[in-house]
Design a protein around this ligand. Structure first.
Ligand code: G6P
Length: 611
């Protein structure tokens, strides 16, 4: 979490930094700050969002050609002006911003306190900065050398950017574990947690690797490892347009991203699926087809919404490929002593490709000899780079903090992958394989068709917006969809919501049911349809309010539910891609009706680069 931005070159740094920070607010928005050098070091910082800092600086002399900026998701110390980054060193000459956590900051702080240092914030960042300055003064070495020495003592994850008032032509940056992208312009450089701050200026970027220090001047970029050896910057071409990160007329990014799904799903299928030919082209899968088909077990690691995609994949892969699948929370997997054998395949699912827990889980499994297959949205992200093979979801930049289009693209990739393995293993009939390929091809159109009725969900949302709780129920492939629906509602509207397998509801949650409780059933037509109808009856018998997501043409459920939303009929394996969309819309409209900041829900961040 936390977004970092830097600029050095002939342009005005401040507007580039402010715009870059706004684009990175999905990474956190507890406080904002910038540091600029124009004759002397100037630091401006404030609790709250980027726009609030910008407002407070109207009329201030912020002209400079070098600067760094930060948008924070608080870890050490509450969101406040004094805990906001940049922090300045004891001498007042160095300014630093930081994304990540310095785990041994307590010990480093004690060493500095013993030497008489005083701290004005509760952050680990201020400790690291002063630790660096102490080394610089003590060893009488350059700042670059001091950073290298300091980082060898640091445990944790970080990206740091430093300005030195005595060296106004250089930004020094370093990374371990958190992302850092450097954009190469003509006589200028841009720095960011992702590539969005530099999109309109350059398409050439360098993804800095762990344990590298970047010495960035307007016309020169030097990369070194912690052993002071020069590293060759590997320049990548960005494949992203500015329009992709703008709202394009929608009120919120979340709504735009929900409505983009016919296109993003199509983009995910494009060039891969050919239903007429009966082929699925996925190079990462093809190159590793032997390991995948012979896998004794597949372990899926992920967090949040991506974990829900993993749960659906478990059902799909076990059904189609007959390979046992386990789905793990990355944060749990990394800290227990999981059994990972040679021959196991790990599938890591991550929108951002930067989630710290997922990254470490992969590293752990790699050490045990597993093959890692990454399913990632952000091209060039850390998970994409450390996986042995993988497939991008091609959903384009997702800015809304709650994941929507990335989730449906993950499902599409996972289903295609399962189909490809099943075909190779001969665990699927020709007929069913072909049917599913044609059905997948139809998904964008079906999604476009249900989106036309989005207003129906707006009305339902208004009706239930004052609820304190909600229950989401589903069976089979639609059970993880219910979990995802509950997560979305919690994230966006702060209504307490729980997802449950519909039948399991009898073992506890049914006690919550009264005439006020909305119970959302994901009840599209599948093998369990008759069963879920019984579950609906059980809720109605206790006067609960039933909102049902049903298949078009269902004549039974509308007669018993309080509210229904119909989606086009699809095979049960494909259905989750479609049935989740009304739940995304429901939580969006509930959030808007309650006046919540749906793109930046309180306390959340999109890219969780701390554990
Ligand atoms: C955060 C986001 C979620 C996301 C999760 C995992 O909690 O708010 O939307 O699902 O992280 O992120 P990843 O980028 O690994 O999919």
């Amino acid at each position: 979490m936390c977004g970092i931005v830097g600029y050095i070159g002939p342009r005005e740094a401040y507007p580039i930094i402010i715009t870059g920070l706004k684009r990175q607010e999905y990474r956190g928005y507890d406080s904002t700050g910038v540091a600029l050098i124009n004759h002397h070091l100037q630091v401006y910082k404030k609790k709250g969002k980027v726009a609030e800092l910008e407002e407070s600086l109207i009329g201030k002399a912020v002209s400079a050609h070098i600067g760094i900026g930060h948008t924070r998701w608080a870890t050490h110390g509450e969101p406040s002006d004094r805990n906001a980054h940049p922090h300045t060193s004891a001498s007042g000459k160095l300014a630093m911003i930081h994304n990540g956590i310095i785990e041994n900051y307590g010990q480093l702080k004690q060493e500095l306190l013993n030497k008489g240092y005083k701290f004005s914030s509760e952050t680990d960042t201020e400790v690291l900065l002063n630790f660096i300055e102490e080394i610089k003064n003590n060893n009488k070495c350059s700042l670059e050398e001091a950073i290298r020495i300091a980082l060898k003592r640091v445990a944790g994850a970080y990206v740091i950017l430093l300005l030195d008032a005595d060296n106004p032509d250089t930004i020094i940056a370093a990374r371990k574990g958190s992302p850092l992208v450097i954009g190469i312009g003509k006589g200028e450089h841009f720095l960011g947690s992702d590539a969005t701050p530099m999109l309109e200026y350059t398409k050439e970027v360098v993804y800095v690797n762990d344990y590298e220090v970047a010495i960035v001047k307007a016309d020169e970029l030097i990369l070194k490892n912690l052993g002071n050896e020069r590293q060759t910057p590997y320049i990548t071409k960005l494949d992203m347009e500015l329009a992709a990160i703008e709202k394009g007329g929608y009120e919120h990014f979340m709504l735009k991203e929900i409505f983009e799904q016919p296109h993003t799903i199509y983009d995910c299928l494009r060039g891969r699926l050919d239903a007429k030919e009966g082929t699925i082209t996925m190079k990462g899968v093809q190159d590793n087809i032997e390991q995948l088909t012979n896998a004794s077990r597949i372990i899926i690691v992920a967090c949040g919404t991506s974990w829900h995609a993993g749960l659906i994949a478990e059902y799909v892969i076990e059904e189609l490929c007959r390979i046992p699948v386990e789905v793990e929370y990355a944060s749990e997997f990394r800290y227990r002593n999981p059994i990972v054998n040679k021959g196991d395949v790990i599938i890591a699912i991550s929108q951002s490709g930067e989630t710290a827990d997922t990254l470490v889980a992969i590293e752990k499994a790699k050490e045990n000899g597993a093959i890692i297959f990454g399913i990632v949205n952000v091209v060039g992200s850390s998970i994409a780079r450390i996986s042995h093979a993988g497939a991008y979801t091609h959903a384009g930049p997702e800015i809304g903090v709650a994941s929507t289009k990335a989730f449906t693209a993950q499902l599409v990739v996972l289903i295609m992958m399962a189909l490809k393995i099943a075909k190779e293993k001969d665990t699927i009939s020709e007929e069913y394989y072909s049917k599913l390929l044609f059905e997948l091809e139809d998904v964008p159109e079906k999604v476009a068709s249900l989106l036309k009725n989005a207003d129906e969900l707006k009305i339902i949302a208004k009706k239930y917006k004052n609820s304190n709780d909600a229950l989401f129920l589903g069976r089979g492939y639609n059970f993880p969809v219910a979990l995802e629906g509950a997560l979305k509602l919690k994230e966006i509207s702060y209504i307490h919501a729980e997802g449950y397998p519909a039948a399991e509801m009898k073992h506890g949650p049914i006690a919550l049911v009264d005439e006020k409780l909305p119970v959302v059933f994901v009840a599209t037509k599948d093998a369990y349809h008759a069963k879920i109808i019984s579950n609906i009856q059980e809720i109605k018998a206790r006067k609960g309010k039933v909102i049902a997501i049903i298949s078009e043409g269902d004549e039974i459920i509308p007669s018993m539910a309080d509210d229904v939303f119909a989606v086009p009929l699809a095979d049960e394996i494909i259905a989750p891609i479609i049935s989740v969309i009304p739940l995304q819309l429901l939580s969006y409209y509930m959030g808007v009706a309650k006046g919540c900041d749906v793109d930046k829900p309180r306390n959340l961040a999109k890219s969780v680069t701390v554990e």
